[in-house]
Design a protein. Structure first.
Length: 65
């Protein structure tokens, strides 16, 4: 699903970046989300939080970044 229509970025791309350990700021810089109209900001942050929680649940603890 497209999350950022301005840059054509999908939830899969955001999730992949988050699972690689990228911060929201790094995801913004790398993918360009949240750099135009900003309407994708809330959903992008939700995807990153969910991805991190799922990763932490999978390994059994929260990584400190
Ligand atoms: S929808 Fe992402 S910056 Fe506009």
């Amino acid at each position: 699903m497209y999350v950022c229509l301005c840059k054509g970025i999908t939830d899969t791309q955001i999730r992949s970046a988050a699972e690689s350990g990228a911060s929201i700021r790094e995801i913004r810089d790398q993918l360009g989300v949240m750099t135009e109209c900003g309407k994708c900001a809330c959903l992008t942050k939700d995807i990153v939080r969910t991805s991190r929680k799922e990763s932490a649940d999978a390994i059994g603890y929260w990584a400190v970044a």
